[in-house]
Design a protein around this ligand. Structure first.
Ligand code: SAH
Length: 347
């Protein structure tokens, strides 16, 4: 039985699904889920750490500087959704140069996919990471956390403004095919800050506030959390996107076969982050330039052949240029109340 057939049977038995329920099944269903069944990186999509080692190195040194600024505490070094483990490997390699850092931290990975856990174990040979299914089981105390393209995989609900109320966009079925439908108008007090015209669609990620609050509770005791993802300040319409082999496809077609994401609402991160100090939202391009990507690219380009130098130039451009990932991707940092912001995030 395919996932479509299972979902159709479920809708017939108990009514339409929210878009969030649908996303959760398509991404993480134990048998058919997109992430549970494959390593999609490099085939369906690529990410900043897969484009260049410079990304993980610079974020690693950024976290290590925060650790130095805070007096070198013992800390949990954690990543949410580590993919192939590339970012963590680059971070750990770069921070070998920071005396005492590796002795002070223990490595923890929050990963739902058994397939990707195997890849991560391979990439991080020589380290001894602890895996977690959810961040609730991360050790208490100071936390140095990084999450790149993790929040965009958290399921979103979608609502269309209808006068003073909202109609939720739902996943229904017609003749065995999944289709979108609208629910009845209802009040949604958590959307009261969304002053948008009638007919406008807004997204809300129910898991995001709890995720950020749980991280903030630990960061309050020390450390920092760095979030990098594609998104904006406040939800900007329908951003549910399905990618298969690098191409956009219908999000309701073949659930479990395509990556499903939605843009991250950075305002929602900032709202859930107190009592931690929250940085401004900065673009990925600006952050990486402030962290010294140009100097790092030049250092790596020293003494390599023409092809390798061209690849470095291209990677630098891809990560930072406004027309590529530089502007669409944003970053935000949380630190304990009163602490200095990590380098690159200071105003
Ligand atoms: N950070 C990596 C991978 C991004 S892809 C990179 O930048 O290359 C998203 C990652 O989050 C994958 O590792 C996926 O398996 C994981 N993931 C998605 N939803 C998750 C959830 N609810 N809990 C834990 N991990 C999740």
């Amino acid at each position: 039985m395919s996932l479509t057939a299972q979902l159709v049977a479920r809708i017939r038995a108990s009514g339409p699904l929210t878009v969030a329920d649908y996303m959760a099944e398509a991404l993480l269903h134990p048998t058919f889920g997109y992430y549970t069944t494959r390593d999609p990186l490099g085939t369906d999509f690529t990410t900043a750490p897969e484009i260049s080692q410079m990304f993980g190195e610079l974020l690693g040194l950024c976290l290590a500087q925060t650790w130095l600024d805070q007096g070198r505490p013992r800390a949990t070094l954690a990543e949410l959704g580590p993919g192939r483990g590339t970012l963590m490997a680059d971070l750990l390699r770069a921070t070998h140069a920071v005396p005492g850092f590796h002795d002070a931290v223990s490595v923890h990975l929050v990963e739902a996919s058994p397939t990707l856990r195997t890849v991560q174990a391979d990439t991080l040979q020589g380290y001894t990471p602890t895996w977690h299914t959810s961040l609730e089981s991360l050790p208490p105390g100071p936390l140095l956390l990084v999450a790149n393209e993790f929040l965009d995989a958290l399921p979103v609900r979608q609502y269309v403004r209808d006068g003073p109320a909202w109609r939720e966009k739902l996943v229904s079925e017609a003749g065995g095919t999944l289709t979108f439908a609208l629910g009845l108008p209802m009040a949604q007090p958590h959307l009261s800050h969304q002053e948008v015209p009638d007919g406008t669609l807004v997204e809300h990620c129910p898991a995001l506030p709890d995720t950020v609050t749980a991280i903030a509770a630990r960061v309050t005791q020390g450390g920092a959390a760095l979030f990098v993802d594609y998104g904006h300040w406040r939800s900007q319409g329908d951003t549910l996107q399905a990618l298969r082999s690098g191409r956009p496809v219908d999000p309701l077609e073949n659930p479990g076969q395509a990556d499903l994401t939605a843009h991250v609402d950075f305002e929602a991160i900032a709202r859930a982050a107190p009592p931690t100090r929250v940085s401004a939202m900065v673009t990925q391009g600006l952050l990486l330039e402030r962290l010294g990507i140009t100097a790092r690219a030049q250092a790596l380009a020293h003494n390599v052949g023409d092809d390798a130098r061209a690849a470095l130039t291209q990677a630098h451009r891809r990560l930072t240029h406004p027309a590529q990932m530089g502007d669409l991707f944003k970053a935000m940092a949380l630190v304990p109340p009163g602490a200095d912001l990590p380098p690159g995030f200071d105003p």
